[in-house]
Design a protein. Structure first.
Length: 383
């Protein structure tokens, strides 16, 4: 057999294997874009208070914007940020605060400023409190530039825009989509009625509601985490049900890696040698001033890190001086604003333990409860 013929057989065989993958994934993609799952999931949560999300879970601004719009008449406190804040729930704050967690996966501080600015300018008669993270560990405080203009009105949340043919083909053959398809096919094979399961997953908008381990009602608008209670609660917090927790056995090795010169935390500090963005801090100053003019309280917090991680980085030769610069600049800036920054980075000082984290910078509710209890102890309740 000639090399050309051999290559032809190989390519033909690969295409034969990929053909069913392509067809099935195109069916899943078509189903995703056939429905406005953001509005469907938001409406279901508004009605039931259950756990849900609209796909993809890694991009939640549209879903969260709809939820915030529905919740605004009942709340007076908004929690902003990225996934490091996603477990700070309304039940961890003092009883007089009625909060919604508007944090989103990968949401940088500059975007947070734009979001908060919208609420200060448009919802200041309802919102009395903004909780904003000053997050150095994942690099957001080192970004610089103007904060974007962000419109959080529900009317501006667009319906899904179907991708063009080329984009659909690329998405259908992407590794994440092929992984999802594998999960879907496994669920169909294990179902009591495979035909009915296939029909639900490939043609219907949503699966049936079910109960989480804690008894909470849940409904999945995406087959990726079907039946696993992954998503957002009615107060905006994430369940992180798909994430493993740090254990006493895994904590030492995790801490050693996280405190090393090659860790993401050291790399964050290395971006600007620990110097926070000057324009960013200026934008934040303007936000604080506008909030004060409308009698809105701003609470700034450095999110908690794995116990001893902040302390070890501060003492390290590779990053200690950079972290000292970061905190020194932020402290001086905060004094100019007349507004403290709560440094929860050394979480061990609040009594947090390693088992209350899923990694170096994502704390679970028990840790946040300890921090919030200390933060608000003795503070008079404000309307």
């Amino acid at each position: 057999m000639s090399p050309r013929a051999y290559n032809g057989w190989i390519i033909g065989g690969l295409l034969l294997l990929l053909a069913p993958v392509l067809v099935l994934n195109l069916m899943l993609i078509a189903n995703d874009y056939r429905h406005d799952k953001n509005r469907l999931a938001s409406a279901w949560q508004q009605e039931t208070g259950g756990v849900t999300y609209a796909p993809p879970i890694s991009s939640n601004r549209l879903f969260k914007t709809l939820r915030l719009a529905d919740r605004l008449p009942q709340i007076d406190t908004v929690i902003f940020g990225s996934s490091t804040m996603l477990t700070l729930g309304a039940d961890l704050l003092p009883g007089h605060m009625r909060a919604y967690n508007f944090a989103q996966t990968g949401n940088p501080l500059l975007s947070v400023i734009g979001e908060a600015r919208y609420l200060v300018n448009h919802e200041h008669q309802r919102v009395r409190r903004l909780i904003i993270p000053i997050d150095w560990a994942i690099g957001f405080v080192f970004d610089d530039g103007a904060a974007p203009e962000i419109d959080l009105s529900a009317a501006r949340v667009p319906p899904p825009a179907p991708p063009g043919p080329g984009a659909r083909l690329r998405e259908a053959l992407s590794l994440p989509r092929i992984t999802v398809l594998g999960t879907v096919l496994r669920d169909i094979a294990q179902a009591q009625d495979p035909r009915a399961m296939a029909r639900r997953l490939f043609t219907e908008v949503v699966d049936e509601p079910y109960r989480c381990a804690d008894g909470s009602l849940a409904r999945d608008y995406d087959p990726v985490f079907r039946g696993k209670c992954v998503g957002f609660r009615a107060d905006g917090t994430a369940t992180f049900a798909d994430q493993k927790r740090v254990t006493e056995e895994t904590a030492p090795a995790l801490l050693a890696r996280a405190a090393s010169a090659s860790s993401q935390y050291a790399q964050s500090l290395d971006k600007t040698a620990g110097q926070p963005g000057a324009v960013l801090l200026g934008e934040l100053s303007l936000l604080i001033r506008a909030a004060r003019e409308r009698d809105i309280e701003v609470i700034l917090i450095m999110p908690p890190l794995l116990p001893q991680l902040d302390t070890r980085i501060a003492a390290s030769l590779h990053s200690g001086a950079k972290l000292a610069r970061t905190k020194s600049v932020l402290a001086a800036w905060a004094r100019d604003q007349g507004l403290p920054i709560i440094d929860a980075g050394p979480s061990e000082q609040y009594g947090c333990t390693a088992t209350e984290f899923i990694d170096g910078h994502h704390a679970l509710p028990p840790c946040y409860r300890k921090i919030m209890t200390r933060l608000f102890a003795g503070r008079p309740a404000s309307p």
